[in-house]
Every structure is written in structure tokens, then in C-alpha cells.
Design a protein around this ligand. Structure first.
Ligand SMILES: [Zn+2]
Length: 111
């Protein structure tokens, strides 16, 4: 899960935070205040943002990664092994994707 604010006042891009928190009150505590300064990674302009403007997004690539890893393991077991390994890997990955989505929703609905 990644936290970001948007848009940058100068270039309109998302600016990612280098902090991680489960919810906005935890983030507020980490930052020590409701308002904070953040520099845009694209253009370097610093903006002032409020914790309420911070949103979370998922880094849900794990089912693909899980499938690839599973497939690689499966290669050792021949063609059937690739199929079995790939689907087991994808299943493991997609359950962690669901967890990720839950965490993202939890953050986005926090106050
Ligand atoms: Zn910018």
C-alpha cells in the first residue's frame, strides 16, 4: 500500500509519501500535525497538504508475481508442474491482493 496526495500544485502529478500508516489518525501522529509539507518528486515544488487529503492505493501486483514464481517452481515438475505451480502461486498472490485492497479501503475511510 502506498500513500499519496494529489495534485501537485505545479505539475498536477501524485506525490507519494515516504511514510506508511494504517489509517489517517496514525499518519497524523507520525507527522506530528494535521498539515505537512511535501516536495513533489516530479518537479520539486513543495506544497502544504492536510492529512485528510492523503489517499492510499494498492500495489496489487502480487497475484501476477505469485503466478510467475509458482510457474518457475513448477518448471522443475514439467508441464503439469507449471500449471499447478502457477495456479497455486496466483491463488496465494490474489489472497494477499485482497488483504491489500482491504487495507487501502480501511485507510481511505479513516478520519
Ligand atoms: Zn510537481
Amino acid at each position: 500500500m502506498k500513500l499519496y496526495v494529489e495534485p501537485c500544485a505545479s505539475c498536477g502529478q501524485k506525490i507519494y509519501l515516504n511514510k506508511s500508516a494504517e489509517n489517517r489518525s496514525e499518519l497524523r501522529r507520525l507527522l506530528g500535525s494535521d498539515r505537512f509539507h511535501l516536495s513533489c518528486a516530479q518537479c520539486g515544488v513543495t506544497g502544504v497538504f492536510s492529512v485528510n487529503e492523503v489517499k492510499a492505493e494498492s500495489e496489487a501486483i502480487s497475484s501476477v508475481a505469485g503466478g510467475i514464481v509458482g510457474g518457475l517452481i513448477g518448471i522443475l515438475g514439467g508441464p503439469a508442474g507449471i500449471l499447478i505451480g502457477g495456479s497455486i502461486g496466483a491463488a496465494i498472490g490474489s489472497s494477499s491482493d485482497r488483504e491489500e485492497i482491504k487495507k487501502v479501503n480501511f485507510f481511505n475511510h479513516s478520519i
